[in-house]
Write a protein that binds this ligand. Structure first.
Ligand code: ARG
Length: 261
């Protein structure tokens, strides 16, 4: 995770960002601390990346890399405004002895890449259409040696896979079908017959931008409807208020780069 100490909405690279709307940075830091404390309270270890001035989106740490079994596949951001974040993530992994694969293709790390360690022996779900290049899907497959399933995102409000779909545990997902092409919806239905299905309200309240650990599901507090569906499916929803960070187009999952050593 990376503190929103320098968070701002100074440019608009997704439909949620409005540079004319005020942002309360202090409140953003408080809400982010609430997320960090919720994760540590559930027994998870949180490592921190130093925030850098001039990189207002650095709080969305999920976009900096994608890790599987000790390999970190680095990010290459689509927009110039975020390009410099990649080096900070790269240093994090190389300093700690991870095998680091530098990308050639444009990709935004866990923003567009999800991993299910026990589905089909280890499966990567990869989004494209707005940020990550389709060619990066082949690159990540070579980097981590797991099959990659490409999913086509078709709604600009759901510009990253992680605002439309999330891993709930090692085998199952929750997703909003409306964010995907008809063919990709069919692929998801075939692979995940027991998936939890979210609706447009769940997606618009950034409910899908969640972190699940198998039992607990940490999600945006606005997503009360989705929290109920997850409870019905046997999970334990843990709501966290991240309203300020929604102004940048992100929530829980965007703030958390999961480490798979
Ligand atoms: N403002 C950031 C961007 O548009 C938000 C990134 C959100 N992160 C995520 N994993 N969806 O790039």
């Amino acid at each position: 995770m990376c503190s929103p100490q320098h968070f701002a909405v100074e440019y608009a690279i997704n439909p949620w960002m409005d540079p004319t709307a005020p942002v309360d940075r202090e409140l953003a830091v408080k809400q982010w601390e609430g997320l960090r404390d919720a994760l540590t309270g559930l027994g998870h270890e949180v490592h921190l990346l130093d925030p850098e001035p001039g990189l207002p989106d650095m709080v969305y740490a999920a976009n900096g890399a994608f890790t599987v079994d000790g390999t970190a596949y680095g990010a290459r951001f689509k927009h110039d405004q975020r390009a410099a974040e990649a080096a900070a993530h790269r240093a994090f992994y190389t300093d700690r002895g991870w095998r680091f694969v530098a990308p050639v293709e444009t990709n935004e790390g866990e923003g567009d890449l999800a991993y299910l360690p026990q589905a089909y022996g280890g499966l990567v779900l990869a989004g494209y259409g707005f940020r990550t290049a389709l060619a990066a899907h082949a690159e990540v497959q070579e980097a981590v040696g797991r099959p990659v399933v490409s999913l086509h995102l078709i709604d600009p409000r759901f510009y990253h896979l992680d605002v439309a779909l999330a891993a709930l545990d090692d085998t199952n997902v929750v997703y909003f079908p409306g964010a995907f092409s008809a063919a990709s919806r069919r692929v998801l239905a075939q692979l995940f017959p027991d998936a939890v299905l979210a609706d447009g309200d769940d997606a618009m309240s950034f409910g899908l931008n969640l972190v699940g650990d198998g039992r607990n599901v940490v999600l945006n507090a606005e997503a009360t409807g989705l929290a109920g569906k997850l409870r019905d499916a046997g999970y334990h929803p843990v709501p966290v208020d991240l309203a300020e960070l929604k102004k940048g187009g992100g929530s829980v999952k965007c703030c958390v780069a999961e480490l798979r050593p």
